[in-house]
Design a protein around this ligand. Structure first.
Ligand SMILES: [Zn+2]
Length: 487
């Protein structure tokens, strides 16, 4: 299969396209670092003048280098940015890169940035523009090519930073690839194989898998119940990283929803409503990707990722509405909707993270509710936390990473009633959909935190931003990495 190899760092390799992306002011003729990165003389390009004049958003000229025609494109990045849009319009960086990069040939992308805060989100946005999963027959005939990304910014970018950016970008693209894979290729078993292959050369990482009947025996009633009908068994995957030299005291744990396919179970989705449900493992993929990049970049703290994998399939062994399941927390849940399965697997995940692991911070992340899109839109994930300080950390990480977030109502006193059950500790789906439904789903997960656990918890619902135009975005990798930087 044809592949784009994406590499961050300076290059002098010959390329067939040089694309500069930046806010208008960075294209001024006096910006010498930019012209150096472009390997060009400013005066040669009328296109530049057009941009600085403010008349055109994208200008392209061509030059001949020997026999090769070289494309030179300057793309102007809109500067409009209100307070919830991060340090750069990373959404537009992605759009410009995707639109301006030719499909074939080696390319050099130059990010012309105003300040250091823009480096991480801009670099992550570029990675999202080069998806790896592609089954188009025409794509198989394209030659492998290199895309080099160089950053022009006051203060420069060190080799060490480029190295880290490469690891982060690799993770974002890996996550997007596995989220884009249909379940015929990525089921719980092949997912675990992907994970093991990715970490096999990392001596600091251990993988533990609890799967199938062993889940039932150990009391993971949530994950087991959701996944027991599927051909491939449900699994709890625990990735543990121990730093060579510990410099961070916090012991963060990521918990991710990994529903490799969600039919809704016996509370079956409508046929149209089922399309795209291969993406319902995006939260677990984000945890995996962030964990992998953190390990490669030698994060200074002990880190664990808990991935709750299951296929919510339909058949004679599927759990039913009215069934009562006992969760890993010990609490019982009367099912009133088998399509509210994400919170069941996450409930087991957070119970494990707060009982069996010595965690100080737990973040669960999931494509959880359609209500998230109603609450915070398609580009901002919803964040629920009982701890205001930790909520602020996650929100700030969103601004810094370009994986934007917005807080949602925290009010269990009012919202928990939505899950009242006559026969069990709670139901799994709300009575009234018009009562802060995205928050309710988070409160359900919260119910399964171990009661005497004293750490900090946040819940991230990324149902909207996990995808764009029927492609996975790799959302969450950059966010979780940015959170780690703040602990
Ligand atoms: Zn569902």
């Amino acid at each position: 299969m044809s592949q784009t190899t994406l590499r961050y760092g300076p290059t002098t390799d010959a390329v067939s396209a040089i694309i500069a992306i930046g806010e208008r002011s960075t294209f001024a003729g006096s910006n010498e670092t930019l012209w150096k990165a472009l390997g060009q003389d400013a005066a040669k390009f009328e296109a530049t003048e057009v941009l600085v004049d403010g008349k055109t958003d994208v200008a392209t000229t061509y030059t001949k280098v020997g026999e090769t025609r070289v494309q030179h494109t300057f793309a102007h990045l809109n500067k409009d940015r209100s307070r919830n849009m991060g340090h750069i319009r990373s959404d537009l960086v992605h759009d410009l890169v995707a639109a301006q990069t030719p499909k074939e040939g080696d390319v050099k992308l130059v990010l012309a940035l105003e300040n250091q805060n823009q480096v991480f989100p801009a670099a992550c946005a570029v990675a999202r523009a080069f998806p790896l999963y592609n089954k188009k027959s025409a794509a198989q005939k394209l030659k492998p090519r290199n895309v080099h990304v160089e950053v022009s910014v006051p203060g420069g970018v060190t080799e060490e930073t480029y190295k880290k950016l490469n690891n982060v970008a690799d993770s974002i693209r890996l996550v997007a690839r596995i989220v884009d894979m249909p379940t015929s290729e990525l089921n719980t078993t092949t997912y675990i194989a992907e994970i093991k292959a990715a970490v096999q050369d990392l001596p600091t990482v251990k993988v533990e898998v609890i799967s199938g009947e062993e889940l039932r025996e150990k009391g993971f009633g949530g994950i087991y119940g959701v996944g027991k009908q599927a051909e491939e068994p449900p699994a709890l995957v625990v990735l543990t990283y121990a730093p060579v030299k510990q410099t961070v005291e916090a012991r963060p744990v990521f918990v991710g929803k990994g529903i490799v396919y969600d039919t809704g179970g016996l509370s079956l989705k409508t046929s149209g409503g089922m399309c795209g449900m291969k993406e319902d493992m995006g939260g677990s993929a984000a945890c995996f990707g962030a964990f992998l990049a953190a390990a490669k970049n030698q994060y200074g703290g002990a880190l664990t990722a808990v991935l709750c994998l299951a296929e919510n399939a339909i058949g004679p062994k599927a759990q039913r509405p009215d069934d009562v399941v006992t969760m890993y927390s010990g609490k019982t849940v009367e099912l009133n909707n088998t399509d509210a399965e994400g919170r069941l697997v996450l409930g087991d995940g957070v119970a494990y993270a707060t009982r069996d692991l010595q965690s100080t911070h737990v973040i669960d992340i999931a494509t959880l509710t359609g209500a998230q899109l109603i609450t915070t839109g398609k580009k901002h994930a919803a964040v629920l936390s009982r701890d205001e300080d930790f909520e602020k950390i996650v929100l700030a990480a969103g601004q810094q990473s370009g994986d934007w977030c917005f807080p949602i109502l925290y009010a269990p006193e009012i919202l928990k009633k939505e899950f009242d059950s006559k026969v069990a500790d709670m139901k799994n789906s709300v009575a009234d959909r018009m009562n802060g439904q995205a928050s309710c789903a988070g409160h359900f997960v919260e119910e399964h935190l171990t009661a005497d656990w004293s750490g900090k918890w946040a819940h991230v619902d990324m149902a909207g931003p996990s995808g764009k135009d029927q492609r996975a975005t790799g959302f969450g990798v950059a966010l979780l990495l940015a959170v780690l930087e703040k602990l």
